[in-house]
Design a protein around this ligand. Structure first.
Ligand code: UT7
Length: 333
């Protein structure tokens, strides 16, 4: 049997309408546009404000657009993976809600949690299902409603995050295109530096946990920053090197949009000019699992068939990795 590759055949995305800009944020906490722009690089972020709407709402909007653009028949979708840390409910999964809302009758579907690296893990996982030959059309979604766990009285974390969702279609091809290689890592050393203290099985919700603000993101930014720079750089360089990629033939890097200074550091390590780094942090902030596919959604028109792209991310856990993709189509939308 011919070797099958797993190819990205389309992208869809969705961001909420409401824009929370730095000026507005400066009225909520003691901060200012200059600090946020120089230390993080975020100008504004989107927030899903409407009551009763969660991650599945944004996911379904992104997946709908994806299905329209790829002219997919709902009956042909056989796998859905949603990477998220902010599911609508502890259970059931966002992915199961998507199947219902989009009328997917022949898919099996589940959520995957690897924080900001979630979409990379979903790419690698879906790629292996597709390479096996048993699955023909997989939708992977990265979606997070970070505003649901951001403390808008904490100036150290609230400027960073935003809400959004984006999705890829993954299909088999015998051409040498698609998700060609990846290095993914998890070490578990990140727990003390980046977590939510309560709401899980160790510390279920109670009046005490609410009174003590234990349902928000807790981050020791400086430590996370250091690990993010070195791990994203190392793994991107490794995946580039073992695929014969360097500054002469890497067309784009899609880095997790956590901090512009982290993105610049990764570019320096790969000796790439900033024009090769796809960046949209200024408009959306860190949308966690949505960050990588949203960046492609925003920049799809620039991509050409055969482009060499490195995706790289880092997140809570710690989790991190880099994936090499040879882009499979010229965008016509
Ligand atoms: O996506 C998951 C992975 N997460 C990340 O990659 C995040 C990595 N970390 C970071 O991006 C950065 O560490 C932060 C953006 C979170 C913080 O930047 P920093 O340069 O590490 O700042 P800092 O926390 O060391 O704070 C520097 C100063 C402090 O003041 P003093 O102690 O020097 O007087 C802070 O109180 O900046 C102050 N500060 C602020 N000032 C104005 C902290 N937040 C703000 C703010 N506005 N919003």
């Amino acid at each position: 049997m011919e070797k099958l590759n797993a190819v990205i055949t389309g992208v869809g995305g969705y961001v909420p309408e409401y824009v929370l800009n730095n000026e507005e944020l400066s009225k909520m906490v003691d901060t200012n546009d200059e600090w946020i722009m120089t230390r993080i690089g975020v100008k504004e972020r989107r927030i899903l404000r409407e009551e009763g709407l969660g991650t599945s709402y944004m996911s379904r909007k992104a997946a709908r657009e994806l299905m329209r653009k790829t002219k997919a028949n709902p009956d042909d979708i056989d796998l859905v993976i949603v990477a998220t840390s902010t599911p609508d409910y502890h259970f059931p999964s966002v992915a199961s809600i998507i199947c219902d809302k989009l009328g997917l009758k022949n898919a099996f579907a589940y959520d995957l949690q690897a924080a900001c690296s979630g979409f990379l893990y979903a790419m690698e996982t879906a790629a292996n299902f597709i390479r096996s030959g048993r699955y023909k059309k997989a939708i992977i979604i990265g979606a997070d409603k970070m505003s649901a766990m951001v403390d808008y009285t904490d100036r150290a974390t609230c400027p960073i995050f935003g809400d959004g969702a984006a999705a890829f279609m993954i299909e088999p091809s015998t051409e040498e295109l698609g998700i060609l290689d990846g290095i993914l890592r998890t070490d578990g050393k990140g727990l003390p530096f980046l977590h939510m203290k309560a709401g899980g099985s160790v510390c279920p919700p109670s009046y005490f946990t609410i009174d003590n603000k234990m349902h928000y993101i807790y981050q020791e930014g400086k430590t996370v920053f250091r690990y993010a720079v070195s791990n994203m750089s190392d793994v991107s360089a490794e995946v580039a090197q073992r695929n014969g990629l360097d500054k002469s033939n890497i067309n784009w890097v899609v880095p997790h949009q956590a901090n512009l200074r982290i993105i610049d550091a990764v570019a320096r390590r790969l000796e790439l000019p900033s024009e090769k780094m796809l960046v949209n942090i200024e408009n959306y902030g860190n949308t966690s699992a949505a960050s990588l596919p949203l960046c492609i959604w925003d920049n799809e028109k620039k991509l050409k068939k055969g482009d060499n792209i490195i995706f790289t991310a880092f997140g809570a856990g710690f989790t991190w990795g880099a994936i090499y993709v040879k882009w499979a189509y010229d965008s016509n939308e």
